[in-house]
Every structure is written in structure tokens, then in C-alpha cells.
Ligand binder design. Structure first.
Ligand SMILES: [Mg+2]
Length: 261
């Protein structure tokens, strides 16, 4: 794979996270298992704290909503190992959360609790955000050349910031000029990229988007962005047609800037 040049007029880079800056397995193999394994401990430790109470309250409201809408709900079995009311209540929340996760629900209640658990895990050093080794040196070079660098990921802005603040490379959050998540729109819709260009204050053709997903690349291209598809271990394979159509890179270091002082 040859190096790819981006034109001098390019004013900003927009980066995807999973499969682009970070191994695609990080979320699946590290972040989600962490919730499943530490949920009960986390609830027991923080049960009396206001933030945790709010999280639990939201989850209960979500379950009530689900029952009203006749969606499938977890069956609560009587657990002989729990004794106090608090233990029972915690066990019930654990079951609810595990059920929601298994059903791949994207409820605000679930996301909020997960966000709080990850924040605690990152802050205590139990989780470190994974970043490919070519990412930080390349971003530093681009910034030295006057480019702005932004993130666009389906993970919440808060989750994005945690990953880069507590990363394997230390706190690299300051390398980014801004963050976007799906509150601006879905990553497979051209309109989202138009909105991002407007927010960044650049013309679409001045922005280069780096992603591993062809459907996202297509949407950005439709919006007029310059697009590079990042090929990393474990990423979804591209079709022959996609591989032929897009400029591909396997490392950020292959991206050369041309025509800039
Ligand atoms: Mg991705």
C-alpha cells in the first residue's frame, strides 16, 4: 500500500475511532466485558451515592417503559445467596442491565450507567484507551503543519474523551480540536458530514475523513469530503470494488501532506 497524499487545501482531519485510531476489539473485548464483570461490585460500592441512585432510577423507569410496551423483560429468579433487601435490589438491577446488554439495547439509562462505570475504571487505571502506535506521532505532525484534528465516533463524546485522556500513550486529549458523536447524525448519512463541516468552519473538500467502514466513507464522500479508508487487523473486509474505489492506508504514517509550508 503506497502512501497517500492529501491536498494542500485540506484544513482538517476527521477521525473515526474503532478500527481507525483504535483496535476494533477494544470495545467488544475490553469495555463491554468490564461492565459485565464489575457491575455488581460497582453497584454495591456506589449504591448510596446520588449519581448511582439516579442511574438506578433511570434503569427502573426504562424497565417499566419496556413492560408497558410489552417488550420482552428479564425474568427475576429468587436467588438464595442474597439476604438483605439491598443485596436483592442490587441483584435485580444487575439482571436488568445484563439483559439490556444481551439484547443490545441502546437506552440512555444503560449508556449512562456504563459511562459512569467506565469513567471510574479509566480514572483508577483499570482500563486504558488503546491507540495504534502510529496515531499520536502522525497527529502531532499534522498539527505542526497547521491542520485541525477532530473525532467522529458512535461512542458518546464523553466516552471518546475518556479513551484519549486515559490512553496507553498517556493523556493525548489535547491533540484534538473537537469531538462529534451520533447526536449530530448517523455516520452513514451524508447530512451528518455536512453538519460537521459547518461546525468545523471548513468547506467539505478541505476535510479528510479517515474510517474503516465503507458505508461511512461513502456518506462522507457524498458530502464532498476527501476520504481515506483505514485497513487495520480485524477490521471488516472491503469488497474488491470498495478497495479499488477508495484510497487505502494501513497506518496514519502513510498520509503525506503536500504543498504546505
Ligand atoms: Mg470504525
Amino acid at each position: 500500500m503506497a502512501s497517500v497524499s492529501i491536498p494542500a487545501c485540506t484544513g482538517a482531519l476527521l477521525l473515526d475511532i474503532e478500527g481507525t485510531t483504535t483496535p476494533i476489539t477494544f470495545v467488544k473485548d475490553i469495555l463491554f466485558p468490564y461492565i459485565r464483570e464489575h457491575l455488581e461490585d460497582y453497584l454495591s460500592t456506589h449504591w448510596e451515592e446520588d449519581e448511582c441512585k439516579e442511574d438506578v432510577h433511570l434503569l427502573k423507569k426504562q424497565i417499566e417503559e419496556d413492560m408497558k410496551q410489552n417488550r420482552a423483560c428479564p425474568v427475576h429468579v429468587v436467588d438464595q445467596t442474597v439476604h438483605t433487601d439491598e443485596e436483592k435490589a442490587i441483584r435485580k438491577v444487575v439482571e436488568d442491565v445484563l439483559w439490556q446488554m444481551a439484547a443490545d439495547r441502546k437506552s440512555t439509562a444503560l449508556k449512562q450507567l456504563q459511562g459512569h462505570m467506565w469513567r471510574a475504571a479509566y480514572a483508577s487505571g483499570r482500563i486504558k484507551g488503546e491507540i495504534y502506535p502510529d496515531v499520536v506521532p502522525s497527529i502531532k505532525k499534522w498539527r505542526e503543519r497547521g491542520l485541525k484534528v477532530y473525532i467522529y465516533s458512535s461512542g458518546s463524546v464523553e466516552a471518546q474523551k475518556l479513551l484519549f485522556r486515559y490512553s496507553v500513550e498517556g493523556d493525548v486529549l489535547e491533540l484534538f480540536d473537537g469531538h462529534f458523536d451520533t447526536t449530530i447524525g448517523a455516520k452513514v448519512e451524508a447530512k451528518s458530514y455536512e453538519r460537521i463541516a459547518e461546525k468545523i468552519g471548513c468547506q467539505p473538500e478541505e476535510i479528510t475523513f479517515l474510517t474503516d467502514v465503507a458505508r461511512e466513507a461513502k456518506a462522507a464522500e457524498e458530502a464532498g469530503f476527501n476520504v481515506l479508508v483505514v485497513v487495520r487487523p480485524g477490521n471488516l473486509e472491503l469488497t474488491d470494488e470498495e478497495s479499488a474505489h477508495y484510497n487505502l492506508i494501513t497506518s496514519f504514517s502513510q498520509l503525506q501532506l503536500t504543498g504546505r509550508a
